[in-house]
Design a protein around this ligand. Structure first.
Ligand SMILES: Cc1ncc(COP(=O)(O)OP(=O)(O)O)c(N)n1
Ligand SMILES: Cc1nc(C(=O)O)sc1CCOP(=O)(O)O
Ligand SMILES: [Mg+2]
Length: 339
């Protein structure tokens, strides 16, 4: 066993490096991915503050040759299936390192413990701002939203659409047991992230949290947005269905990240819901300050009317889920929307 003082110095040395490396990775995304100077500057300031604690004494305690941890790595460290995953892994790394620095720092100097407690809280704030930025940023660029229906070919259909460049999927299944639902949700979430797409759970905030979905979609009869926000946190996307200007206004005031606008046309997928029509699409185009998706009865034969009414984003169920070739249909939707 080493003498405790040297061991503490080695722990501090290793974690000062870990915290700075993790922050540097996050900073690069803030700068080059998000073009967010403010977040990049926050990361840089934290790195500099951390560096100021990395004294020669701590560096001298390093003994890489006998460090048994240098060859240890968990298989999960080798996998990064999306930018969000990469950011989350590095935020987690920085949080762990700053926690270690706070606890062992107290044994090295009381000021170090206090300083790293402060830095750890700053990292939590960075996490919230970054994940909000991230989800919202991604959402802004997305024009096509696939809402799934029950299907024998659920995974292959979703994957076929993802292969065409689809970036947003909602898992909607109102009649399956929870055990199967959670398994399917986990699988779909992984599949979407593999293709850099967002995964949203319909109705079920509990399942969204359990599978670490990117968000949840809630209708007027589902849980209030504030409750979902409390459970999922500020970094997740919450969508709300709206059929009229009052619901739109309220959903925005309650903090929805996007809204569904529909049904544009009556649809067998949502039996008994009267069409809100193109008039409501025009209203959304003129009034919604947040991203909105026209939904309900939209297919390739009528999408131009919906676009002409002002929609830049649409959500569909049957048009893709029941397509003979979901890849081709998705490509056609994407190219019409891009124009
Ligand atoms: C994008 C989008 N818009 C609207 C809905 C409908 O949600 P809701 O009114 O809760 O109805 P169900 O889908 O739960 O039957 C949606 N799912 N997605
Ligand atoms: C799930 C859903 N919500 C709607 C709403 O207006 O809130 S319309 C709808 C179903 C859309 O299905 P399709 O693309 O097959 O018509
Ligand atoms: Mg619902």
């Amino acid at each position: 066993m080493r003498d405790p003082q040297t061991a503490i110095q080695r722990i501090l040395d290793a974690n000062l490096d870990r915290a700075r490396e993790g922050l540097r990775i996050i900073e690069e995304w803030c700068r080059f991915g998000l073009d967010n100077r403010q977040l990049a500057a926050q990361c840089k300031e934290m790195r500099q503050e951390i560096a100021s604690w990395h004294s020669t004494e701590l560096r001298m305690a390093r003994d890489t040759a006998t460090d048994t941890g240098t060859t240890l790595s968990h298989p999960k460290e080798e996998q990064r299936n999306s930018i969000e995953h990469l950011l989350q892994a590095n935020l987690c790394r920085v949080q762990e390192a700053t926690r270690v620095l706070e606890e062992y720092g107290k044994l090295y100097s009381p000021e170090m413990g206090t300083a790293f407690k402060k830095i750890r809280y700053q990292v939590y704030i960075l996490e919230s701002s970054l994940l909000i930025q991230f989800g919202q940023q991604q959402l802004k660029d997305i024009q096509l939203y696939l809402v799934t229906s029950k299907s024998e070919t659920l995974f292959s259909t979703v994957e076929a659409a993802l292969q065409a460049g689809l970036k947003l999927v909602q898992y909607r299944d109102k009649s399956t047991d929870d055990l199967v639902l959670i398994r399917n949700a986990e699988k779909l979430c992984q599949l979407c992230h593999q293709y850099g797409a967002l995964f949203i759970m319909n109705d079920r905030v509990d399942l969204a949290a359990a599978v670490n979905a990117d968000g949840v979609h809630l209708g007027q009869q589902d849980l209030p947005i504030a409750v979902a926000r409390e459970i999922l946190g500020s970094g997740k996307i919450i969508g709300r269905s709206t059929t009229n200007p009052q619901e739109m206004e309220l959903s925005i005031a309650q903090g929805a990240d996007y809204i569904g606008v529909g049904p544009v046309y009556e649809t067998p997928t949502k039996v008994g819901k009267a069409a809100a029509g193109l008039e409501y699409v025009r209203y959304a185009a003129d009034n919604s300050p947040i991203p909105w998706f026209a939904i309900g009865g939209i297919d390739l034969s009528n999408i131009n009317d919906v676009i002409t009414a002002g929609a830049q984003r649409v959500a569909v169920v049957r048009a893709i889920m029941q397509a003979d070739d979901p890849t081709v249909i998705t490509q056609q939707f994407l190219s019409l929307l891009k124009k």
